[in-house]
Write a protein that binds this ligand. Structure first.
Ligand code: S3P
Length: 176
């Protein structure tokens, strides 16, 4: 089976959905951010603080190179992974890309916990909403490169997984 690559904005549930999807399909699961954190023995917010975003993006690229060589794997990316066209190319070469989306309201609620999302942290409520709206607009065209899209607003992770599997069946990627 081709890899199934989950892309989308922060707070759209790529990690939680990816884990359940992999279990349901009986294949491996890899989360890019978790792999980067394990390899560097450092959380991503800490990496941003100590080394800056450019360093993180270099680590992200190296990890994309490693995981995109795999097969039969559900890969959850970070919200900014596909900003880099080379990452998109690598991930697409062995995989089908599924974009998860959510309303600004849902993203705001799901990413409310401070200290986890360095791209959004340091902004108060109003600024945070504006930052989300601006980033969503900026990234609209990169998320549109996905092969299919699933809206996760008001859905449980299990419902999202069922929606993804339905879309993959239509495309002949899974037969279960
Ligand atoms: C980022 C999203 C994060 C993480 C990093 C940068 C982004 O991943 O990769 O903080 O630029 O959108 P999640 O989408 O899993 O939060």
């Amino acid at each position: 089976m081709k890899n199934i690559v989950l892309i989308g904005f922060m707070g759209t549930g790529k990690t939680s959905t990816g884990k359940i999807l992999a279990t349901k399909l009986g294949c491996a699961f890899m989360d890019l951010d978790q792999k980067i954190e394990a390899e560097h023995q450092m959380s991503i917010p800490e990496m941003f603080r100590q080394h800056g975003e450019n360093f993180f993006r270099q680590c992200e690229r190296q990890m994309v190179e490693k995981v995109s060589a795999r097969r039969n794997t559900v890969i959850s990316t970070g919200g900014g992974t596909v900003k880099d066209p080379e990452n998109t190319k690598l991930l697409k070469s062995q995989g089908i890309m599924v974009c998860l989306t959510a309303s600004v309201e849902a993203i705001l609620e799901r990413t409310g916990k401070r200290g986890k999302r360095p791209v959004l942290d340091g902004k108060d409520e109003g600024d945070r909403r504006k930052a989300i709206e601006d980033l969503l607009e900026e990234r609209r065209s990169v998320y549109a490169q996905a092969d299919c899209t699933v809206d996760t607003t008001d859905k449980s992770p299990l419902q999202v997984v069922d929606d993804i599997i339905r879309q993959l069946r239509v495309r002949g990627i899974v037969h279960a």
